[in-house]
Ligand binder design. Structure first.
Ligand SMILES: *[C@@H]1O[C@H](CO)[C@@H](O)[C@H](O)[C@H]1NC(C)=O
Length: 308
């Protein structure tokens, strides 16, 4: 988590430069039943990461800083946030937003290329009784600036099954993850928020009939598929921030191999990313074991340049 907090410091400094437009929510009455329940927990850190499911309450002590609640569910889940109650004065520059994905240091996950910004950021202030948002992947952020003392909101966080997970943010130390395009023309990625070792366990990318046994011949893992002009490939690499369009690429692989025995990659970057580009012409899947690099004596296969 140290890395996240470090990067997030960048976000908090620069959150006012967020490219999103301000919209003002309609004014509505608040009923007494919308008072906080006793069971709700209080959000009192400006930077909150990784809440459990449950109900949370925030009440401003005054001050105009921008704060964030960073939500992350399991990779095959999505995040649902219901604003049960919100009272944030618009006139004193109060603003609350729900972002589908994570935003850190001005960078977005998933990137705008893989998931258009439109419809991903919802901003509001004023008085609301109830509003429910769902993320498309397993990451979401609530950003808030509530200068008016005593104003606040109450949220209920739920993690629900995602029938077609595509973009996944990973903060566990190690795990096995599968990316699929679900037959669609779409780009999906896994980003681990730490330097990581990647071991390929299975690949079926850019091959027709790969999901029907005996219909396709194993090609082995092919390298540099993007440069060869393949339409479906998987980029492996890393970046210092969340934006995968800025990632340095070690290789782009494709092919059919149910038991690849190629050496692991060791990506020494702030974030490690596996990004699958799919044309929709083939059913693509890739499975990898991802583990955090803790032994820095390991010889990296890719190293990101540190920012100057
Ligand atoms: C997927 O990524 C490729 C290469 O970055 C891009 O050309 C294409 O438009 C993307 N497709 C979708 C559906 O986002």
């Amino acid at each position: 988590m140290f890395l996240v907090l470090f990067v997030a410091a960048g976000l908090l400094c620069c959150a006012n430069t967020s490219p999103v437009t301000k919209s003002v929510a309609g004014q509505r009455d608040v009923t007494l039943s919308a008072r906080p329940k006793r069971s709700s927990r209080i959000i009192d850190e400006c930077m909150t990461v990784g809440l459990e499911e449950g109900t949370y309450y925030y009440k401003s002590r005054g001050g105009g800083e921008v704060c964030g609640v960073y939500l992350l569910s399991q990779p095959d889940q999505l995040v649902q946030v219901s604003f049960d109650y919100l009272n944030v004065d618009c006139d004193s520059d109060g603003l609350v937003s729900f972002v589908d994905g994570w935003e850190l240091g001005g960078e977005l996950f998933p990137s705008e290329v893989d998931a258009p910004l439109e419809g991903r950021v919802h901003e509001f202030c004023g008085r609301l009784k109830k509003k429910v948002f769902r993320s498309s992947g397993n990451a979401a952020v609530i950003q808030y600036r509530v200068p008016s003392r005593g104003d606040g909101f109450r949220i209920t966080v739920r993690y629900a099954k995602n029938p077609a997970p595509c973009n996944m943010l990973v903060d566990g130390v190690k795990g096995v993850y599968t990316l699929r395009n679900h037959g669609r023309r779409s780009n999906c990625s896994i980003t681990a928020i730490f330097p990581a070792s990647l071991t390929l366990l299975q690949i079926a990318v850019g091959v027709n009939g790969a999901t029907v046994p005996n219909r396709a011949i194993e090609t082995g893992v092919l390298s540099r598929c993007e440069k060869r002009g393949g339409h479906d490939y998987v980029q492996i690499g890393g970046a210092q921030g969340l934006d995968s369009t800025k990632m340095e690429i070690e290789d782009s692989v494709c092919g059919l191999d149910s038991n690849p025995r190629i050496p692991s990659s060791h990506i020494l970057c702030g974030m490690t990313t596996v990004r699958m580009v799919s044309s929709g012409l083939t059913d693509n899947t890739i499975t990898l074991a991802i583990s955090q690099i803790t032994d820095f004596d390991i010889t990296p296969t890719l190293m990101c340049q540190l920012p100057l």
